[in-house]
Write a protein that binds this ligand. Sequence first.
Ligand code: HEM
Length: 387
Amino acid sequence: MQHPSRVLRALLLAACAALAGLGVSAQTAPASTSGIQSANIFEVKPEASADPGYATQTNAERGKVQPGNNAPMWRQVGAGATGFSSLPKSEAPEAGNLIQPFVQYPGSSYTNAGEAWRQVRNNWLIPYGGSLLLIVMLSLAFVYFAKGPMKTTLPATGRKIERFTPFERAAHWSNAIAFVALGVSGVVMAYGKFFLLPIMGATLFGWLTYALKNLHNFAGPLFAVSMVVVFVTFLKDNWPEKGDLQWVLKGGGMLGGHAPATNRFNPGSKAIFWGGVFFLGLIIIASGFVMDKIVPGLIYERGTMQIAHMVHAVTSVLMLAMFLAHAYLGSVGMDGAYEGMRHGYVDEAWAKEHHEYWYDDIKSGKIPAQRSALPATSSPITPSQPV
Ligand code: HEM
């Protein structure tokens, strides 16, 4: 084995020889080294950009005018050209492509897909989505403080009708809890930097967002499963029925006068069921699954994620707006509604006033007033007397 100092000296000599060969030396470099002419690429006369076809030159063509300038290659990279990669397409579908090709997403300019996506997010989704949510929240607060909760004018009878069975309530609340977790974490991810970051500082906000992002990823599939259960459970009472058109024409009683009679669910709830639960729900879940990369057979490229994200963001803002209104009416906005979903029962007077056709069907025995099995100690309820 050689002495380390000898090895070091040999290495130094080799390095000096290599540098001398490249013309890098403390002394003046020779004008010509084995036929290679050096040139300062910043001092090319005339300007390279004056060449005809300057923008379309290849690296080799540019090399003749500006030796060592490989701008054409980088221009290609910037325009989205895909180079060679030995990685298999199945494992790395975008290997060899540093910057995505040009696209124009709705609302963006024609530019690299990453930048186009950023423009859509920052110029449209965030400001307009946030404004919509703020407008809905302010409107609901205004309705609450200006009009107060919707009251039942008929006097309570004390006789109860089962509005939701334990199974229906369990399905509803599992779904609602998952939805609230998704809504809160989604809002913090999208808008938290505007209203939380200035209060908590970057470290805490970073941790919070990281935790909520993971919560979002796990609550998503729970929401999807409970959503299917909710859809199947409530489907049979959400078809259009007699009286629905009347109710819509009279704006659900908001255009003056008493709200027209409805069945178990009014057209407002039905619109939320079909528009929110079914239509938006399906799109949100599908786009969420794409971002979770759990849809088999899909090739997950950056473009796939960008499109899924934009679809997800639009539909979830619309769904949040819808369900803010639903949650308002289902909690502080309407007396008696929350009790129905919390404990399962509503007073006969509530049923008659808000869902008269449903109440009539119960009175006539077409629908049982008690649908779930009662504990052995209780006696069945029969709303025999008129309210
Ligand atoms: C915190 C949020 C929520 C609250 C406070 C809430 C409250 C309520 C209440 C009180 C009812 C009964 C209304 C009635 O008696 O007519 C109800 C019904 C219902 N809710 Fe919610 N809910 C919430 C979130 C959700 C979510 C996220 C979904 C689904 C995505 C949902 C889907 C439904 C459905 C399907 C019904 C039955 C009405 C129909 O099918 O038309 N709810 N909710």
